[in-house]
Design a protein around this ligand. Sequence first.
Ligand SMILES: NC(=O)c1ccc[n+]([C@@H]2O[C@H](COP(=O)([O-])OP(=O)(O)OC[C@H]3O[C@@H](n4cnc5c(N)ncnc54)[C@H](O)[C@@H]3O)[C@@H](O)[C@H]2O)c1
Length: 321
Amino acid sequence: MNKVRVAVLGYGHLGKWHCQKVEANSDMAQFVAIVEKFPQGQEAAKANHPHVRVVSDIKDIIQDIDAAFIVTPTSTHFELVSYLLENGKHVFCEKPVCSNDLESKKLAEIAKNKNLILQVGHSERFHEAWEILKEKFSSLPTPFTVRINRLAAFKGRATDVDVVQDLAIHDLDLLMFLFAPRPVSINAHGFKIRTDKWDHASIHVEMEKGCQAIITVGRNHVKEIRDLEVFSKDGAIYVDLFNNKIYEASSSQFSDGAFVKEDSYTKRDHLLLEHKAFYQSILKGSPTVVDLKAGLNAVHLVDCSLKSMDQLNPVTVNIHG
Ligand SMILES: NC(=O)c1ccc[n+]([C@@H]2O[C@H](COP(=O)([O-])OP(=O)(O)OC[C@H]3O[C@@H](n4cnc5c(N)ncnc54)[C@H](O)[C@@H]3O)[C@@H](O)[C@H]2O)c1
């Protein structure tokens, strides 16, 4: 295979950007179709991509593709991922890969023994900051504390799901991706402010070796905040994900006499990097960057958080692998 024949499923807020990235990777991808269920989205897709087929059902083009990007609402992911895998297609599915632990179990069973790529769209893994800090994070003295904030003013988007599935899933995945101690239990609480779903959540994660994380997410905040901090006996590391800055306060002064060191890193096109990684896995056998196991573990932490919020009790976590 020289080029991967692809379809994008869902021409909504994010689907439009995925279509743009398919076109930007024309050396590795052949853009076969856009699958959009509703007429308004279909018209917009046709206008913006006049040379691409636009259909309303994946079944209409399943024979003509090697892979698909699923960018439809979360509630549809399980059915679409299952259908594509059953038909021997590689899949890129936006986060969350499915809605809950029950679907996770069924999906793991369907994907078993299939020699197909399944990449999950945990785009927050692609910050350059994590490459810069990888060694520091892996050699942190334990116990340490992680604090992550992802807050924004109300935009009215993704209100079909809780803020845990929409936003906290990024941070629950980052926690497992960046730090070695595994989560062991979750104690979370939240508020339903504007919708009948959780609009705000504070998720306290107990990790191995006495480490802790506090993840705060909200979609009805007064301003936009995205940051991550780590505290240990060696000092503090603060990452401002909006302004692409890293600050460090060590246990001693830096060589220039300063108590705080400031660095910046390059802002990158995460979606483009995700697309490139997906094609390279299919065409060259490169390792999958965010595989199904990682996607399912993130869904499990979401499930535990929601259970804890509903029951107002800590919930035990069972991470796989
Ligand atoms: N990685 C990230 O940072 C990130 C950011 C935003 C959204 N997302 C994820 O992307 C997904 C889509 O989010 P969005 O904001 O673009 O939603 P959206 O509602 O704007 O768009 C979804 C589109 O899918 C279409 N659709 C629904 N069912 C379909 C089906 N069966 N077949 C084809 N089309 C169908 C809808 O008509 C709509 O146009 C969600 O799972 C969300 O969690 C990820």
